[in-house]
Design a protein around this ligand. Sequence first.
Ligand code: GDP
Length: 585
Amino acid sequence: MATQIEIDDHITVGALAEVLRLPVSKLIGELFKNGIMATINERLDFDTAQIIVGELGLDVTLTKKVSYTEPVKREKPQHGKNAAQRPPVVAVMGHVDHGKTSLLDAVRGASVAKGEAGGITQHISAYQIEHKNRLITLLDTPGHEAFAAIREHGAHLTDIVVIVVAADDGVKPQTIEAIRFARKAGVRIVVAINKIDKEGANENQVKQQLAEQELLVEEWGGDIVAVPVSAKTKQGIPELLDMLLLITDVEELKADATMPARGLIIEAHVEHGRGSIAHALIEEGTLKVGDFVVAGPAYAKIRNLETTKHEPITSAGPSTPVIITGFKALPEFGDPFIIVKTEKEARQQATIAASERSSGQRSEISGTEMLRLITRKDNLQELAILVKADVQGSLTSVIDSLKTIDTDEVAVRVVSSSVGVVNENDIHIAHSSKAIVYGFNTSVASNVKRIASRDQVSIRLYNVIYELIDDVKAELSELLSPEVIEHEIGTLEVKGVFKTTKTEIICGGEVKSGKLVAPAEVRIFRGKEQIAEAKLKGLKRGPNDARDLTEGELGGLELQTVGRIALEVGDTIRFFTRETKQRTL
Ligand code: GDP
C-alpha cells in the first residue's frame, strides 16, 4: 500500500525532499526534467508536488492538510462540554513612567521596578497572581517606544488590557497607542487611573481625555471601567483585580483543559548550561513534561516545565505561563506552539516551517537586487552561506553588510537566515545547499556539532561583525579565478624540423632574444600570426641536454603539443613563463 504523506497546500522543494526522504538534487533534477527550474527554497503548489511524486514513481500518496502555522490570533474558541472557566490573561500598557511596572509590582508584591535593566522592561514575561482564590495571569509588557512591535504582539495575547494613565499627566502618545492596539486586538479595556495619591492628580481630566479617544467611562454613560488606583499606597488595587475577575465572568473566558495543548511563545532566550529556554502561554489544553512541542521552526521534547517563578511542575493548564526547556533551537517570540505525538512528527513540522520561513525571506528581494540578479554574468561564482544571529537586528546587519561585498564575479547567496542557536535543521539545509554556516553572537549545541562534522558542514561563529565579514571575503576571494601574469623569456627562429608527431615536435633553431629555460609556455608565430601553442619540455646544445640557451646560441628543442602542428623553418617561437596570483576582494 502506498505511504500517505500529508503536506500543506504549498511546500518548498527542500521540505518536499525531506518528507519524501530524497536528496534535494534528485528532486530538483526531476523538476528540471518537467520544465520547472527550481531551487531548494522554491515553493511548489500541492498539484505540482503531486505530479512530481508521480513522475518519480514513488509509492507515495500526497494528501493536503490544513496549515498548522496559521498565525494564532486569539480567536474566541467554540467551547465544548469540557470547557471550564480559566484565568484571564491581562496585559498592562500605557505611557512611559505612568506606573505600569509599579502597578504590576503592587499587584505581585515583588519589587521589579527598581531592578530593570535601564529601567525598561525588555521582554514580555508573565506570571500569575491569586485574588479571592482565583488566578489572574499578568503579562509584563515592554514599556518603551522602541518595543512597539512587541507590545502589539502583547495585545494579541491578552483578554484584557489595563491601560495605565497617570492622573497627574493624563493621556499621552503611548496611551493612545495602547488604546489603538487594544482595539485592534479586540480585547476588553480597563483603565487604571494611577498616582491618585499625588498632588495635582486630576481624575476628571483623564476621563475627559479618554472621552476624546472615544473611551467613555461608565459613570459618564459609557462602558469603560476606570479604576482610580495608587501603585504607591496600594489604594484601589483590590477593586482593580475585582474588576478583572468580573470581566472574566461576563466574557465567559473558558478553555478546554482536556485538549492537546496549544498556545504562544512569549519569550525565548539561551541560558548558559540549560540551552534554549522558552516562556510560553498555554491557551488551551494541558501541557506536560515529555510532550513534543513544535513552535515554528523549533521543536522540543519538554525536559522540564516550570512556573515563571521557576517552580518545577509536571503539567499546566489553560492561561498558565510556563517555562519550557528542551527546545533544540530557539523558538521565536509570538510563534504559536502545538503538541504533536512523536519526535519525528515534531522534527518534520519544524523543518517545513523553517523552509517556509526561508522561502518567505527570499521573496523579499528588492528591485535593485532583482536587477543585479538578472544582469549577473553567467560565470558568476556564488558562495552559499546560512546565517544565524542572536537577534533580528544583528541578523539584518550581517546580511546587509554581506550584500555590499558582492562583485560581478563572486557573490554571497544566503540560503537561509534566522535567529537562534545553530540547530540540526540548519545543518540539514547547509548540507543540501553546500553552504557554510555563519553564526553571529550565537552558539551551537554539541550534538549539532557532531552532525555538522559528519555531514562536513563548516560552522563559523563570530562575535565581531567585521571578523565575520572578513572571513566571508576570504572565502569569496578563493572563488575568484586567479590572475595569470605572463613573462616573455625569449624568442627563437626555427632553422630545422626533425620530428613531428601528434604530441611532440623536435626542432632546432637560433635564440634571437632572451634566455630559454625549460619548462616554459610556447607560442608559435608565422609572420605576425600565431599558429599554435605548445610547451617546452627540454633543450639541447649539440647532442647534450642543456639547462638553458641564450641569445645567439643554436640549439635543439623538445616541444609537447596537443595534436599535430606543421612547424616550418622560418617560424618564430616565443617562450613564456606563467605566474598565477590569487586575487583578493
Ligand atoms: P512605567 O514606566 O510605566 O513602568 O512606570 P514606573 O512603574 O517605572 O513608574 C514611574 C515612576 O512613577 C516611578 O518613580 C514610580 O515610583 C512612580 N509611581 C508609579 N506609580 C505611582 C503612584 O501610584 N504614586 C506615586 N506617587 N508615584 C508612582
